[in-house]
Ligand binder design. Sequence first.
Ligand code: SAM
Length: 479
Amino acid sequence: MTLHEGMELELAVTRLAVGGRGVARSEGLVVFVEGGLPDSLVRARVSKVRKGFAEAQVVETLTPSPQAVPPACRHADVCGGCPWQTLDAAAQLFWKREHVLETLTRLGGLADVPVRPTVPSPNVLGYRNKMEFAFAGNLHLGLHERFRPGRVLDITECRLMAPWAAEVVAFVRDFCRATGLPAYDARTGRGVWRHLVLRESAATGKRLAHLITGPARTAGGAAHGLGEALLTRFPDLTGFVHSVRRAPSAVALGERQVSGLGETRLEERIGDVRLFVSPDAFLQTNTAAAGLLYRLVAEAAGQAADGTAWDLYCGGGGISLTLAPHFALVHGVEADARAIDDARDAAAPKRHRQLRVPRPGRRPGHGRPGLDRPDRRGARPAARRRRARGADRHPGRRPGQGGLRVLRPGHPGPGPAPAGRRLRGHVRHARGPVPPDGPHRMRGRPAPPLKKGRPPHAGRASRKGSGCEEARKRWRCCP
Ligand SMILES: C[S@@+](CC[C@H](N)C(=O)[O-])C[C@H]1O[C@@H](n2cnc3c(N)ncnc32)[C@H](O)[C@@H]1O
């Protein structure tokens, strides 16, 4: 029997593939089963047959997985937001670790890397500090459906974020419907409403609504009206930002911020580090778990009072700043100019006064060859004295002083490591350009072959916004 689209099969799901679909076998083919949990028997409809594999969707569960749990959310059957919510938390942790292992082994070509058990999140529900909701059709606002990702489900609750988020979504949906303006249509490039992103700071309790529209002329007035109505109706909402996105890709990132009301940037605290979060910039979405993550990274990195640490893909600088007290210098590498701004501001307080971060948009290679030299105007007297002594030849600081530089991809790098500095593990990278295409380059290994032969972040990040957001559509490299 050969598989064909539309046929129904009984499938025994044995495991979860990277990306979350169940894996079964039929007629010698691997079948990726959307909605299939490990150790379950399901009836599934084949949706695609390709050379070497097929895809199917669960129609009925015949024998449930022993790890299945009742869903927490009323939209679980339809919504594509959190397909693993029917898998118990311990099993989720197990499969996360399996996927890390598989990624390192298969994609990274790294055998025998020790991978510890997954560190559980302190909260299983309501842990997200950010949710992205999409507009579509006539006029829906919510999350993409699981089995028909082209459609948007009008959610009335979302258990991933605190309940206020669903209330704001309902209000915005009604408001936008009442304007009579349509959702943006990527095929025609017409229409207004694209995404609503809600963020909350665990440290301050402040909340931000970020509306992304198409470039339609009518968008500005309507968005401003919505912002005012929102801040009046929800006093806990402390800021509203309207951005425009022209590119057709359905990514919840603005290209240009056109207006704002109230506080347009959040402040967050992760571990001992205070961070700033611009509406579009990346922040780990689980604040409590990010604290655990940063602590683990700091433990693994150790300390070197006269050494340098590199934080590649540093975002708003959370890991860089966690490491800063333990190193003479931390280099952060980041593509997103807004995140660089946030990192610079977060590093500004006194205890990081050795900070030298090139201004976003500043051309690299300014000043000394191979070094994106910090702006020296306004430098403190102590820093001037050090320079006079030649102590800043390498912008690493004296032991214990801590510092952070944020470089852009394509930057020629900070030049050769000064003799005697503990940079051995990083020398290749430090001498070469900042790799725009992923950490595997640091090890001098060729990038693994990808679709169309391009590495995951190639050429994207430097064009606009977060390359990671773009890349995750194919690679799911971000949460
Ligand atoms: C998953 S986030 C990690 C942020 C940070 N390390 C943290 O844990 O909070 C990845 C970051 O990498 C940045 N990025 C993506 N591609 C990049 C590239 N080629 N070069 C530099 N940064 C890049 C994105 O803008 C994003 O801020």
